[in-house]
Design a protein around this ligand. Structure first.
Ligand code: URP
Ligand code: ZN
Ligand code: ZN
Ligand code: ZN
Length: 497
């Protein structure tokens, strides 16, 4: 039956152990883990010998069907989640982004409507704060208590950036709600000055993008956001940490007791700035995102080391894709190039290659930074982010010995360019099981539109608000939790809101 699945002989990897046992899945849930399991007849058996059995990836940062900088990203919730699955990611968390004058609640409804019927895998939402007012404050409370939102993204750059006093109020409000305040940390005022100066000097090409927002402009904002969060005693989640200086600012903040979580991007872990030598406008423009990819060759490995040391905790793609014709909007002025790159499909393989294959992290840390930590921070652990009895059957059978070469010619995204073009990666998802359904089957993609569901993310995540509670949750992985215990646990967490 397609509702029953036995994964045999694989090595199950969770964030804290690797065991050689079988996994039995029924009706979308992991029902049993062990050896010599007694299984009903008619169950499909997949032999995972020589493979790792890992929790499906969770990409905490995507922008599907996003209206931004005068245009709309080409990967929508169908193409985007389909590509995610092809690469071994079984959940994404996108951003509901209010349009000019739109309320947060309306933005949330708008994104639910865009996504619900299209998603091939489960998804969650952060909500972006593009202004600050009593109305925004009230809507945040409603989103947390009634709609399963627990994270809000603020901006220190772009026209809709908040000032320090507004950030202070947002972080304080998030703390009271038990939500996670996120920040895009770049100093927008300095960037505007630099953009004007560069354009006046005649620097109009894409190289001006990085020149206008060098890494200390990122690090200054990271440090300032950490200081503000510390002053109101709130946690803080810094999205897309893209430079050594910004990573160092996070390290220092953690050392002085700021409860800061750092996310870096697969673009930052893989791209070493060699593309800056390419004279072609389209090639350069395709690599434009904010904060920028650094021209410094040593940055990717530095960021991977920060992940290894738990100074950074998780990895996203910030998938925000624009085609060549859209990137051409900035042909005469780099500040008009729509910001964003691909990554949702290739994140798992690229991080495996740069992290595990290169010997910087082990498979357990790989699972932590691609799945478990996102589940914990956004409070859906142990339902997701681990291979445990009672968890959703979002499971990837990962072959570390196979390789593939990334190319826009073969990827499943809508976008016409791939910033990882030509990269050879070890680590191929041979089977991707999404809520119990085999959506990559012997490397063949069989994603189903509408198969995914919106996943509520309850407030007061223990990992964020009470790190001591973590040890409780770990018992889930030893197979001691049954379904009833699990749902009680989840109910308890959601009743706090
Ligand atoms: O360049 C980027 N990162 N585009 C997406 C919007 C954002 O700031 O995350
Ligand atoms: Zn951002
Ligand atoms: Zn080119
Ligand atoms: Zn983003």
């Amino acid at each position: 039956s397609q509702n029953r699945l036995l994964i045999k002989n694989g090595k199950i990897v969770n964030e804290d152990d690797i065991i050689e046992e079988d996994v039995y899945v029924e009706d979308g849930i992991i029902k049993e883990i062990g050896r010599n399991l007694i299984i009903p007849g008619g169950t499909r058996v997949i032999d995972a010998r020589g493979r790792y059995v890992i929790p499906g990836g969770i990409d905490p940062h995507t922008h599907f069907e996003f209206e931004f900088m005068g245009t709309t990203t080409v990967d929508d919730f169908y193409q985007g989640t389909k590509a995610a699955i092809a690469g071994g990611t079984t959940m994404i968390i996108d951003f509901a982004f209010p349009k000019q004058g739109e309320s947060l609640l309306d933005a949330y409804y708008c994104y639910r409507e865009k996504a619900d019927s299209k998603v091939c895998c489960d998804y969650g939402l952060h909500v972006a704060l593009t202004s600050w007012s009593d109305r925004v404050k009230e809507d945040m409370s409603i989103l947390c208590s009634q709609h399963g939102i627990n994270s809000f993204k603020t901006f220190m750059a772009y026209s809709f950036m908040l000032n320090d006093s507004e950030l202070y109020s947002v972080f304080e409000h998030c703390k009271n709600l038990g939500a996670v305040p996120q920040v895009h940390a770049e100093n927008g005022h300095i960037i505007s000055k630099n953009v004007d100066k560069l354009l006046n000097k005649g620097v109009t090409g894409p190289e001006g993008h990085e020149m206008s927002r060098p890494e200390e402009v990122e690090a200054e904002a990271v440090n300032r956001a950490c200081t503000i969060a510390h002053q109101v005693d709130s946690p803080l989640y810094v999205v897309h940490v893209m430079s050594k200086s910004a990573g160092f600012a996070i390290k220092q903040a953690r050392e002085r007791g700021v409860q800061v979580i750092g996310e870096t991007l697969v673009a930052g872990l893989a791209c070493d700035g060699s593309h800056y030598k390419n004279p072609c406008y389209n090639h350069l423009a395709a690599h434009v995102l904010s904060p920028p990819i650094r021209p410094d060759k040593t940055t990717p490995q530095f960021l991977m080391n920060l992940l290894a040391q738990d100074i950074l905790q998780l990895t996203g793609s910030d998938n925000c894709t624009f085609n060549k014709n859209q990137k051409e909007m900035g042909a005469k002025n780099f500040s008009k190039i729509p910001n964003g790159v691909n990554g949702v499909e290739d994140r798992m393989s690229v991080i495996w290659e740069k992290g595990v294959q290169s010997g910087i992290i082990d498979p357990m840390r790989f699972v932590a930074i691609t799945s478990t930590n996102a589940a914990k921070i956004f409070n859906i652990f142990p339902r997701k982010g681990c291979i445990a009895i009672g968890s959703d059957a979002d499971v990837v059978i990962w072959n570390p010995n196979k390789t593939r070469i990334i190319s826009a010619k073969t990827h499943h995204q809508a976008v016409d360019f791939n910033i990882f073009e030509g990269m050879e990666c070890h680590g191929v998802p041979e089977y991707v099981i999404v809520n119990g359904r085999v959506c990559v089957d012997e490397e063949q993609l069989r994603a189903v539109q509408g198969h995914g569901k919106f996943v509520e993310t309850p407030v007061f995540a223990p990992f964020v608000y009470d790190p001591e509670k973590l040890s409780d949750m770990r018992s889930a992985k030893n197979g001691t939790i049954n379904e009833i215990e699990l749902s009680n646990k989840l109910a308890k967490v959601s009743s706090i809101s």
